[in-house]
Design a protein around this ligand. Structure first.
Ligand code: MN
Length: 447
């Protein structure tokens, strides 16, 4: 037993494991981002090893439409990972044994049959102390203690959901300790130099986003010239002197473009190296995230399960998706964001809206106001918002603000305090932004 994880969580997990043990076939539903795909890989591998049949579906999220899919799937036993908290009542009314492994905050609903495992129910913060993949991992070892090697995949989920940035806590801290003890995960110092072959890793880098280098081949070339580094090298082949030189040139550029102290501290945070993957959790998370974004979640799962064909498909998806991301972020950097009193915003049709908000917040926008994007399609507009831990300390809560603003104009919203989404009927975006601006202002001045 471990004091970072409450004993009650272990007993909840072991009863969830008992539910699944009673079935020969399990239907798994998970979210299609890096965390959700990591959770799905862990659960799939767990079922394969347990000799259970399983079906697996990745969803873009839970809404009335995707819930119908779950409702009509006909399975006697289901595991729903990285989502589900917003549909607990409906799930509980179904005639099936259901385990929900979610870390989003929801309302407390009395449940008769569904086993809901969520850090928030055990006095932990689901934004930082455990994600979908961490819970899938805890579930996996509750089912069979021989599954500890899968902790490597869990770290792709933890890093994918950015839960590592302020140091590991709660379930994640426990997973690191146990995974490290068994030699599967080790921590190394953080770095400003993106890992991989330098020419492409610098060109594709959005974390950090380096103005004039990210998305700019000539910029990459002259940075490597200035650093005196052989352009064919990979980040891990650099000598200590080369690393220092290149790092300090990147740091100077980041400082000049207005990168915050908080971001510098985040970048210095530990990187997690995964023994069997000969890469770090960030790279693995990036590949899984790209697969999800490109609608190739299946390839991501196959890659995670060790299928060679899927691994080349996943690598290609990663390159393509990172290319799109960096050009979206560079375009936003050159255009800038529009400023309101308490928020800054932009319109985009890019599929990387969340990444763009985050890059603006951390690397080049105004760090004192949450960054908000909206994307208008035919009937519905979708919005994303990101802020910083500093803004959270000042009182900002994007989950509440996006929900209030979305609901006020006939839609909805929610998520985490630091990263959240909303939707509403097209044409209402001005009104939505005005309400959001007011709510954020109230949150900050109330503190
Ligand atoms: Mn998640």
């Amino acid at each position: 037993m471990d004091d970072t994880v409450p004993p009650k969580l272990f007993s909840c997990l072991s009863s969830a494991a008992d539910i699944v043990r009673a079935h020969d076939n399990v239907r798994i539903f998970s979210h299609h981002d890096a965390d959700g795909i990591s959770a799905a890989i862990i659960l799939a591998k767990t079922m394969i090893r347990a000799g259970r049949g399983f079906g697996l579906t990745l969803l873009s999220g839970l809404n009335n439409e995707t819930f119908e899919q779950i409702k009509n799937c006909g399975a006697d036993c289901m595991i729903i990972a990285d989502m589900g908290v917003s549909y607990l009542k409906e799930l509980d009314e179904m005639d099936a044994d259901i385990v929900v492994l979610d870390h989003h905050k929801g309302d407390d609903v009395p449940l008769k049959r569904v086993r809901h495992v969520n850090p928030h129910s055990f006095g932990m913060d689901g934004m930082t102390a455990g994600c979908g993949a961490s819970l899938a991992m805890m579930f996996s070892v509750a089912l069979d203690n021989n599954n500890w090697d899968l902790v490597q995949i869990a770290f792709a989920g933890i890093v994918g959901d950015k839960q590592h940035r302020k140091g590991l806590t709660g379930i994640n801290e426990y997973l690191f300790r146990e995974g490290n003890k068994r030699g599967y995960v080790t921590g190394t110092d953080g770095s400003f130099i993106p890992s991989g072959q330098l020419m492409s890793s610098l060109f594709l880098s959005v974390d950090p986003y380096i103005r004039g280098v990210s998305g700019n081949a000539e910029g990459v070339d002259s940075l490597l010239n200035d650093a005196g580094v052989d352009k064919t090298k990979s980040s891990h082949e650099l000598s200590d002197a080369e690393k220092r030189k290149l790092s300090s040139l990147i740091a100077a550029k980041l400082l000049a473009q207005g990168t915050t102290k908080e971001t510098f501290e985040d970048m210095a945070s530990v990187k997690y190296v995964l023994r069997n993957w000969s890469t770090d959790a960030e790279r693995l998370a990036s590949v899984l995230d790209s697969c999800g974004r490109s609608g190739l979640g299946g390839a991501g799962i196959g890659f995670g399960l060790g299928d060679m064909k899927c691994s080349s498909e996943a690598a290609a998806a990663d390159e393509g998706s990172r290319g799109k991301m960096v050009s979206s972020v560079a375009e936003l950097d050159s255009k800038g964001l529009e400023q309101m009193e308490n928020i800054q915003f932009f319109e985009t049709s890019s599929g990387s809206a969340g990444i763009m908000c985050e890059a603006a917040m951390r690397f080049f926008g105004n760090a004192n106001k949450p960054a908000v994007s909206y994307n208008i399609s035919k009937d519905t507009a979708k919005a994303s918002a990101r802020c910083t831990h500093e803004l959270l300390r000042m009182g900002a809560d994007l989950s509440a603000a996006m929900r209030v603003a979305g609901e006020s104009v006939g839609g909805g919203g929610g998520g985490h305090k630091i990263a959240s989404g909303a939707w509403f009927p097209s044409g209402k975006e001005k009104e939505f932004l005005k309400i959001l601006d007011r709510v954020i202002g109230e949150q900050i001045s109330a503190k």
